[in-house]
Ligand binder design. Structure first.
Ligand SMILES: [Zn+2]
Length: 181
């Protein structure tokens, strides 16, 4: 009789490797691990904009109602979707006063596109998406992604008046934090 490779419990279905309890636990830890990586990426971007002398406001619902994302896991419907997708930050250029919605995505391989964002259902049409990978920090607007354009290096984006040297420093942080991701 097959047994769970983690706890040794007998398995009723021998095509599985883990018992249901261990399977659930592993899935939960996998989910938390993804959440942690996302938070690290957000923190890197938050600190980057602060260093560039922007005002940074955490915007997502998670900051207003801690735990709401966990609560909404698996919940369907427009309202739940819009809450889950609220951009992470509002950043403001202190000099010009201009404000931007910023959504941070971490993808180890740097693969991200319009469909993965949610396509035409993505509600925040004027957001900037900042893609943090193991190697780069890139950025694109929702419109650009919709039109099939590639992400550009954040340092090349005119609207943020970014300082390439600072961005390179923060890219090094990303490389360091995500080298095993
Ligand atoms: Zn088990």
């Amino acid at each position: 009789m097959a047994s769970c490779s983690n706890c040794g419990a007998r398995l009723t279905n021998s095509s599985h490797d883990l018992c249901l309890e261990c399977f659930k636990k592993e899935k939960e830890i996998g989910y938390r691990y993804q959440v942690i990586k996302g938070r690290i990426a957000e923190t890197i971007i938050e600190e980057l904009f602060l260093t560039l002398d922007y005002n940074v406001f955490r915007y997502g619902m998670e900051n207003s109602i801690p735990g709401v994302m966990t609560l909404l896991r698996g919940v369907r419907g427009d309202v739940a979707q819009n809450i889950k997708r609220m951009p992470d930050f509002v950043v403001q250029n202190k000099r010009t006063g201009e404000v931007f919605f910023v959504e941070v995505k971490f993808r180890a391989d740097g693969e991200f596109n319009y469909e993965k964002l949610g396509g035409d259902d993505y509600p925040y049409r004027n957001a900037h998406i900042i893609l943090v990978s193991k190697k780069h920090i890139k950025c694109a607007t929702v419109e650009e992604l919709k039109n099939g354009k590639e992400f550009q290096y954040l340092g090349s984006r005119k609207e943020f008046e970014t300082d390439k040297e600072t961005i390179i420093e923060f890219c090094k942080f990303a490389v360091q934090f995500f080298k095993d991701a």
